[in-house]
Design a protein around this ligand. Structure first.
Ligand code: MF3
Ligand code: CO
Length: 291
């Protein structure tokens, strides 16, 4: 918001309308909230209707890839096979798996089993076995636009304890989502997620969060799930971000595998679960773009 637009200049949003007839009032409202001491979004993370359409196309691929994984995932399959499914389906649909070569990540998808919190690297050596819970985190680039979501899968006979963790984290996302509305704050969502996890005796990972997404893989804001209502970034229509809490059965503490530099484990080796959705803030509330 550094360049002050003239009131008769074309609006920054690309609508072609004059600024005074388009986003002037919107910007004034944001400036006022900023003056009250809040963190507010920059124009660069507020998506235009045209961009939203393109991002939705990318999301359609991401959803289809996860649906394809859901149809095919089974006991005895290696995570490398999941990687192949993701690569095949994504490229068949004319898209690119976003993780592949992202900051050196060697595969097309993250597969995180049991005590692996996130960023598990698919491998021929890692085979899904009866009783495992696994997160498959798919991210897609279509025509330069990014999408990102993940689901949990229960393999064979999963213990009631682990099933409850998986179910509760799904509820955390749903309860957090209810808090997403224009002119609210990201912390409203974060607090709701954290409260539901804590109520069930679980802990929420602090160091790794969600993110803005769409024009880039990871954009502002960084999204915490241990935040407080009324804090963190202001939400305005056109923002897109992920809700992707990592919830642990035991301690919230985690560590990164020193050898591969990616895999995140729970410090106590107890199970962790995560679901990830991509949400758009609309004029009236929110729209889930990807799950
Ligand atoms: N998909 C992850 C997320 O939700 C990011 C993974 S980065 C990767 O943000 F390189 F590990 F793929
Ligand atoms: Co993400």
């Amino acid at each position: 918001m550094s360049v002050k637009l003239g009131r008769n200049d074309p609006c920054w949003c690309g609508s072609g309308k004059k600024y005074k007839k388009c986003h002037e009032e919107f910007d004034e409202r944001i400036s006022y909230i900023k003056s009250q001491g809040h963190i507010v979004p920059d124009h660069s993370i507020i998506k235009t209707p045209a961009q939203i359409e393109k991002i939705k196309e990318s999301c359609k691929v991401n959803i289809a890839v996860l649906d394809y994984v859901a149809e095919n995932i089974r006991e005895g399959m290696s995570t490398e096979e999941i990687d192949r499914l993701v690569y095949q389906k994504t490229t068949e649909m004319g898209a690119i798996p976003a993780p592949l070569n992202y900051e050196g990540f060697p595969k097309s998808v993250c597969t995180s089993i049991n005590e692996v919190v996130c960023h598990g690297i698919p491998s021929e050596k890692v085979v899904l076995k009866d009783g495992d819970i696994v997160n498959v985190d798919v991210s897609t680039i279509l025509d330069g636009y990014f999408s990102d979501s993940s689901r949990m899968f229960c393999i064979g006979n999963v213990s009631e304890e682990k099933k409850k963790l998986v179910q509760t984290v799904k509820e955390c996302v749903e309860i957090g989502l209810e808090q997403v509305k224009p002119w609210g704050f990201l912390g409203d969502m974060g607090q709701a997620v954290n409260e539901h996890a804590k109520k069930n005796g679980y802990s929420v990972v602090r160091e790794i969060g969600g993110h803005g997404v769409g024009l880039e893989f990871h954009e502002d804001p960084w999204v915490s799930y241990v935040s407080k209502a009324g804090e963190e970034m202001l939400l305005v229509p056109g923002m897109i971000f992920t809700i992707e809490p990592m919830v642990n059965m035991g301690t919230h503490r985690i560590y990164c595998d020193k050898k591969d530099g990616w895999t995140i484990y729970t410090a106590d080796k107890k199970p962790s679960a995560q679901w990830e959705i991509m949400v758009l803030v609309t004029e009236t509330g929110h729209e889930v773009l990807c799950w």
